[in-house]
Every structure is written in C-alpha cells, then in structure tokens.
Design a protein around this ligand. Structure first.
Ligand code: ASP
Length: 599
C-alpha cells in the first residue's frame, strides 16, 4: 500500500495517527535543524517535517530530494506550532519516520504554482507538468462535474446516451472535414464527424426519441483565436417535439447546471433588469433574430447591460448632413454617464470604429451636459432636433450618444461591436453575472455572392418555418432568402453556447433543400441518399440542439479561453505541441494508404 490518506485530507482531529502519504515534492526548506517538505497530490499539500539530528539515513534521503520527486512518506500527524490558515491541512504536519523515493525528477521547466513563470509554449510542450497546477486541476474538475450533472439530468428525464461512430461519411456543418484514408478501400476516405447530426436524426427514425451524447466533433477550420479543431458537444435530439418543448427541456438542464455547480438560481427581476421585452415567469428571455440585430447589433447579444441600439434615421433626414442622408440606416447607443468624454477620447473612439475590423466611415456624437446639448454635428442640426434624438434614446444629463450610419446589417453589427466595447470600458460586463437568453427565427439561408449560391445558415437539415414553405418552394430568389428557419441559439453573456433546430422530416422538403443549396439530384443522392432514404421509412417530427461543452465549462469557470478546460488542447495553428502532431508518416504507411507525398 502506498498511502493511507491523500495530501489534502488530514486535520487536527487526526493528530497522533500514524499515516502514509505519497505525492510530489513541492518545496523543501531547512530551518533550525529541521527540514520542512511540502508534499503535493491532486487533493492538496501536506507539510512533512524531519528532525535533521535524528536519523542519518533519513537525512541522507532528504538531502537527495528535489522538486517534483515522487516519494512515499510515513510518520505521525502532529499539531503545527505555526499554523498556515491558507491551506486546509495548515493546522497539522507529519513527523516523518521514513521516506522512500519512488521516482526522481528532472528540475521542472517552470514552477508548479498558481502563477507560474512558464510561458505558454513551454507549458504546452510540458502539458503533463502544467496539469499539476491548481488552476488547471480546478478547470478539469469543473468539466467533470459539468459532464456528470448533464448526464444525471438528462438521464433523469428519460434521455439515453448513445455513441455514434467517429469514422463516417461527411456531415456538413459549414466547415471542412478532417478525412481519414481507408487502407481497405483504396482511394476512399472516411470523414470525422463535424457533429453527429445525421446519425442522431437516424436514431430518431429508429425510435430512440430522447438521445444525447457528450461527443467529440472535428472541424477543419482556419483557426480563429480560441477555436479547437476537435471540441466537445452536448449533443441532443428529441422526437415528437416543437421548438417550445426543446427550449423548455434544455432550459431545465441549464438551470440545473447553474444551480448545482455555481449555486445560482435565476431571479428574473435581478438578472434581466435591463431587458425591455416582457418576460414570462421563470423562463429565459427570448429574442427573435431580427430584434437581436435591431437592438443589439448581434445574433448573440450580451444582455448583462442595456445600452440598446436605437434607430434615428427618421429624425435625421433632410438636414444636408450627407453621411446620414445618404445612409440606409442611422442608429446609435446611449452611453450612460460618459458625457465627460474629452475631445481626445471621442477622437480615439472615432479611430477605433474606423479600424478595418469594424469598418465604420466615422462616428457622430451628442453629449448631454448640464450646459445643454453639444455634438459633432451642431452645424447641421438645431438644439431642438438634437434634443429629440436624445429623447428617443432615453438620454439624460451626463450621457454620451454615439452614432453610426451606413448599410443596415453592417452598421448594426458595427454598433453592436461598439456597444460591447463601451460595455467593457464602463465595466458593465461583470464576470460574476450571468445573462442567458434564446435567439430564435434565424434566416434559413445566406446568399454568397462569391460562389453565387445559398448556404444553410445552420445546416441543411434545419426546417423552414411552415408559414414560409410557399416562398421556399417558389422560384423567386429574393423570397427564398426571406425564409425563416425554425432554429434557435442559446446565448450566455454574449457567447453562443448552443444551437439547434426543428428538423426537416419530410423527404420532399429535404430534397428541395438540397436543390436550393445547389446540389444536383445525383450529388444529393451520393452524399445524402442514406438519410433521404430513411425519411421514407416513417421519420417522426423531431428536433434537437447541441451545446459547446468546452465553452460552457469555460464560462462557468469565469474564463475567456477554453484551452484550460481541455486536458490536451491544440495551439492556435492546430498543433499538439506536446506530441508534436500532426507529423509525417513513413513511406510504407503512405504506400499502404495509397497516398503520395507532393512535398
Ligand atoms: N449539429 C448542430 C451543430 O453542431 C446542432 C444541432 O442542430 O443540433 O451545430
């Protein structure tokens, strides 16, 4: 037996007990003829103390110890004379009788402390050492708990977890597939699932009406910051449901996670005080895609704070201010208490919105001060006109109003980004506050000028709203572009955490979908024949949702980055820095797979 207790377990009540511990050496100090050794394991740190004058053999072992050596220690629990209130075992120490070195260690490349001296790359290379640190340990523990709670909850309401294969045929979710060559089928490839979308739908056809899976998904995308080529979803599907059933069911799951993990319940008044739309009792706010764009300039609004966007186009027309007169849309936000912004600060904000990422042409401001209204467009608008605008925006003394003008969608998105920036600058996006909501009624399709075709905004299995079926089956491209999807997203603090839809279960609608997406009959048959075929064998009405599990965990952990919530993540170029993958394979392997190197 290596240990009787863990390094996080012993307390003053254990004083006098003879114990055995095993773990890693965190620190060694010598003081007044004694050696103090901090022994660490997953559960905590316990201080070992050795009387240097007692046992030369023991002294010899202590002399050989180094950081991160693995040892087994035997001794007696005793009350400490100088206690350490910062750790749970801080009242006791172990008077050591014997020590065994189980394994030596090189000096670690960085310190195993909460604030380590190791840079990101070094830590990625030695991930197994980095994982010894507390913040990472806590992140993985949180992830485990989230998974457990999710499983318990879904199990308790009749869902079953079913594993789907990883080697499949391509499932389009808008990214490139990772592919795997097949040795037994020369020239043919499996695709790794971008999600188990089609498989979970087939499970519905098979009658498993409540499915879930905590499942790895793979997408070969150009990596933006904090995206991983492989990531985990809580993937779910239900039969005989409408949107309402899905939202209610998963609101239950989300609330359970909040309650059991963070101890947070949702008190509507407190949590959603800024949101204008009336809320029914006990449900998360729901905002249509159109309203989300209109009020927040985003399909994933952060509603921890107000600062909603207001359209002022009608109040600005005909005053010879060309940037407003010529714009399709003019809108702004009211930044409470920021009227004191200096010229320098507003100039800096103007530069900020002109950056290519935002792409605004310029910024107009109005300041509501105790001396009256001042603005950057005083030449064009009378005080009364400016006051009217201020009134529309609910501005009071001390507020700063910021306006952008241009094409509808682009300007609203720019205002949305500006809103978030001002929220950050004013400290309104508090990390301990959570504001969940649902966005619904997304457009079904997006037209892409470059390729001259429609793309599914969610994925090609998403159902059009029944009231839009006429448009969908019609020939008018503009009208097809207006079709709404029966799709919804779950958004938390400005981040999209989940998305799903009611699916197409009618073979004809599915065929039309592939047609609208520009697939020929043969191509659709080749790629999706199996699912279309399944729809002719009694497919029930069904729908589902998937949550980004890594991001969910990161948000619960109060972190921006998902990387710490994944045991072995990849870096920004999709590399595993520890294993150094991807890597070349040898000629023999290439040959066997019928692959030829082109470099
Ligand atoms: N398969 C979808 C996704 O990965 C989720 C869903 O529609 O259930 O985004």
């Amino acid at each position: 037996m290596y240990r009787t207790h863990t390094c996080g377990e012993l307390r003053i009540d254990n004083a006098g007990q003879r114990v055995e511990l095993a773990g890693w050496i965190q620190r060694i100090r010598k003081m007044g003829g004694m050696s103090f050794v901090d022994l660490r394991d997953r559960y905590g740190i316990t201080q070992l103390v050795i009387d240097d004058s007692k046992d030369p053999a023991l002294n010899d072992i202590v002399g050989r110890l180094g950081r991160e050596y693995v040892v087994k220690a035997t001794g007696t629990v005793a009350e400490r004379s100088s206690k350490n209130s910062r750790i749970p075992t801080g009242d006791i120490e172990i008077r050591i009788e014997s020590l065994t070195i189980l394994n030596a260690s090189e000096t670690p490349p960085f310190t195993i402390e909460d604030d380590t001296d190791g840079g990101e790359e070094l830590r990625a290379k030695y991930r197994y050492i980095d994982l010894r640190r507390n913040p990472l340990k806590k992140a993985l523990e949180l992830r485990h708990k989230m998974a457990q709670e999710t499983r318990n909850y879904l199990d308790s309401i009749g869902f079953i977890e079913i594993e789907t294969p990883v080697l499949i045929k391509s499932t389009p979710e808008g990214a490139r597939d990772f592919v795997v060559p097949s040795r037994m089928n020369p020239g043919e490839f499996y695709a790794l699932p971008q999600s188990p979308q089609q498989l979970k739908q087939l499970l519905m056809v098979a009658g498993y009406d409540r499915y879930f899976q905590i499942v790895r998904c793979f997408r070969d995308e150009d990596l933006r910051a904090d995206r991983q080529p492989e990531f985990t979803q809580i993937d779910c599907e239900m039969s005989f449901v409408e949107r309402e059933d899905i939202l209610t069911t998963f609101e239950g799951m989300i609330k359970t996670l909040f309650k059991n993990i963070l101890g947070i319940g949702f008190d509507q008044d407190k949590k959603f005080k800024y949101h204008k739309a009336p809320l029914s009792e006990g449900v998360f706010p729901r905002i249509s895609y159109q309203d989300a764009m209109k009020y927040y300039g985003s399909d994933k609004p952060d509603i921890r704070f107000g600062m909603e966007i207001a359209d002022i186009k009608d109040l600005t027309a005909g005053q010879n201010f060309a940037p407003f007169d010529s714009a399709e849309y003019v809108g702004g936000i009211c930044v409470k208490g920021a009227a004191e912004y200096t010229r320098k600060q507003t100039d800096e904000l103007t530069e900020w919105v002109k950056r290519p990422q935002i792409g605004a042409k310029g910024l107009v401001y109005i300041k509501v001060t105790s001396e009256g209204i001042k603005s950057s467009v005083d030449k064009f608008y009378s005080a009364e006109q400016l006051e009217k605008i201020a009134e529309r925006m609910g501005a009071g003394k001390g507020d700063l109003l910021l306006f952008l003008a241009g094409p509808w969608k682009r300007t609203l998105e720019a205002l949305g980004t500006l809103r978030i920036e001002m929220g950050n600058r004013l400290g309104l996006r508090k990390s301990d506050e959570y504001a969940p909501l649902w966005i619904y009624d997304f457009p079904l399709l997006e037209w892409d000028d470059e390729t001259g075709r429609f793309y599914a905004m969610h994925h090609p299995f998403t159902s059009p709203k029944p009231e839009d079926l006429d448009k969908f089956f019609g020939a008018d491209r503009d009208r097809i572009a207006e079709v709404s999807a029966n799709a919804y997203d779950f958004v938390l603090n400005g981040t999209e955490i989940g998305g799903g839809s009611i699916r197409i279960h009618d073979q004809k609608i599915q065929e039309r979908m592939f047609e609208v997406l520009g697939f020929s009959k043969e191509e659709a048959e080749y790629r999706f024949g199996f699912i279309m075929n399944a729809f002719s064998y009694g497919a029930p009405p069904h729908g589902g949702i998937a949550f980004g599990f890594d991001r969910f965990c990161a948000l619960f952990g109060g972190q921006e980055s998902i990387r710490d919530f994944i045991a072995f993540p990849k870096n920004n170029s999709g590399r595993d820095m520890m294993m150094d993958a991807p890597s070349k394979i040898d000629e023999g392997q290439m040959k066997e797979l019928f692959l030829r190197s082109t470099i």
